[in-house]
Design a protein around this ligand. Structure first.
Ligand SMILES: [Zn+2]
Length: 297
């Protein structure tokens, strides 16, 4: 279970991973679901896997783990915030794998107040903890939850930045994205569609607020700020089924990047209701042009 919290230090050792099993040693990432009906993102490296958010049924997490080469074991569960589409299965997942949940102090308190009965590790914002082979750094995000966070997940030289559910940019976000080989970023709605769509006035206002969600255009402008020529992949995430589409999201980013003459970046969409393709850093060598490829299947 949870290991030591090092007093005054930057590290919390949750569990030590295997070191030699002969399996491929590249970090890989897969989005299992991304949107208001459920969020879960799986990272794996050799024989270990890390889950960020648990908003899909336990059996689906188990099935995905079984499907992965070498069937890695889950060594950690991290949560971005307490909204139901991110935590609905966290109790079941943590109990099944005998793991604590790792999240911010505020999110943990909120979950315990809501009746969650699993052990928790409260990770202070801005610190890095080792979870098996994964180095997990959290940073704060503006969203209408108690203490929402994004993560940088690192293994060896590779970094993945995940920021879903946020309403506007912030300094910590930009510095996190700048480090990343893969960026998973909220791109929830097309603002015009949201405002002219069927949602109630208060709900529209909440989604468009600084503590709501990013529009496609906001996501594109954030990505522009970190476009420095480094080969990287972007997954637009948490798309609304009503106020957005994968094609519209990608095209908005493409339009804004092309207008700015920005450096190449590969942009894909993590779909709401089905797993993505697998990302690994090996993909990065194939880039060199604008590629607003495919919807993941
Ligand atoms: Zn949320």
């Amino acid at each position: 279970m949870a290991g030591a919290i090092l007093e005054g230090g930057q590290s919390i050792i949750v569990r030590t991973g295997d070191s030699s099993d002969g399996r491929p040693r590249t970090l890989r990432v897969k989005s299992l679901a991304s949107g208001s009906s459920g969020n879960a993102y799986l990272f794996w490296f050799g024989s270990e896997a890390l889950l960020v958010d648990a908003g899909i049924p336990l059996r689906q997490v188990q099935a995905e783990l079984r499907r992965l080469p070498g069937q890695p074991r889950l060594v950690g569960v991290c949560l971005t915030h307490e909204h139901a589409d991110h935590v609905s299965a966290v109790g079941a997942v943590c109990r099944q794998f005998n793991l604590p949940v790792i999240t911010s102090r505020g999110t943990l308190d909120e979950l315990h107040r809501g009746g969650l009965r699993v052990e928790g590790v409260a990770q202070p914002l801005g610190t890095t903890i080792a979870v098996g082979s994964f180095l997990v750094t959290s940073f704060g995000l503006p969203h209408d939850a108690r203490q929402p966070v994004g993560y940088i997940v690192g293994v060896g030289p590779w970094r993945v930045a995940l920021a879903v559910d946020l309403g506007e940019s912030c300094e910590d976000l930009i510095s996190a994205l700048r480090q990343a080989d893969l960026i998973i970023l909220d791109s929830n709605h097309d603002l015009r569609r949201l405002l002219s769509g069927p949602y109630s006035g208060p709900l529209k206002a909440r989604i468009a607020a600084p503590k709501g969600h990013l529009s496609n255009e906001q996501a594109a402008r954030i990505l522009l700020q970190v476009a420095d020529g480094r080969p990287r992949t972007v997954w637009l995430a948490h798309l609304s089924a009503v106020n957005n589409s994968p094609r519209l999201a990608r095209r908005t980013v493409a339009r804004i990047f092309e207008a700015a003459g920005a450096s190449p970046v590969r942009v894909d969409v993590a779909l709401r209701d089905r797993p993505s393709a697998v990302w690994s850093p090996l993909e990065l060598g194939t880039q060199g042009r604008f590629d607003f490829g495919r919807d993941f299947t």
